[in-house]
Design a binder for this molecule. Structure first.
Ligand code: DQA
Length: 140
């Protein structure tokens, strides 16, 4: 699940977020999912309520959530509460290292309700996060 402005990856501040587009990142994750023998659905939205609805809906279709909530990471009690409500294993990822950037990015509302967080490895953060989520689900 991808949050706001991530539809502009590739164009958006490539020095910080890298040159891969969201389509390319989703393709990489789809290929990883096939190798891991899991199914994956990808969704990006710039709207908080759409992400909240998608988290609610995930309960009926999925076993875990891999999320880059982007700017909502640092602001959204609603997304955090949705994740807490559905009680699905969640891995939080960020392309950039949110801890070596502006101070307002250092706090994550998502982290306390996630299994763990991967931050700072560009598109590989998503790949590592997917692998970690699948490992967690398989060990349960
Ligand atoms: C981000 C980091 C956030 O602080 C920022 O608002 C984003 C992207 C990342 O992937 O590095 O939009 O989540």
């Amino acid at each position: 699940m991808h949050g706001p402005n991530l539809n502009l990856l590739g164009l958006r501040e490539p020095g910080i977020y890298g040159s891969k587009t969201l389509v390319q990142i989703n393709e990489i994750l789809e290929s990883d999912s096939r190798k891991l023998q899991v199914s994956l659905s990808c969704l990006q939205s710039n709207c908080e309520g759409i992400l909240v609805d998608a988290i609610h809906d995930a309960r009926n279709h999925h076993q875990g959530i891999l999320i880059n909530a982007a700017a909502y990471t640092h602001t959204s009690v609603a997304i955090r509460d949705a994740l807490a409500a559905v009680q699905m294993p969640t891995v939080e990822v960020h392309l950039s290292n949110i801890y070596n950037r502006e101070e307002f990015r250092h706090y994550s509302y998502i982290a306390p309700v996630a299994i763990g967080q991967i931050s700072g490895f560009g598109a590989d953060s998503y790949r590592l996060g997917l692998q970690a989520l699948v490992n967690y689900l398989q060990q349960k």
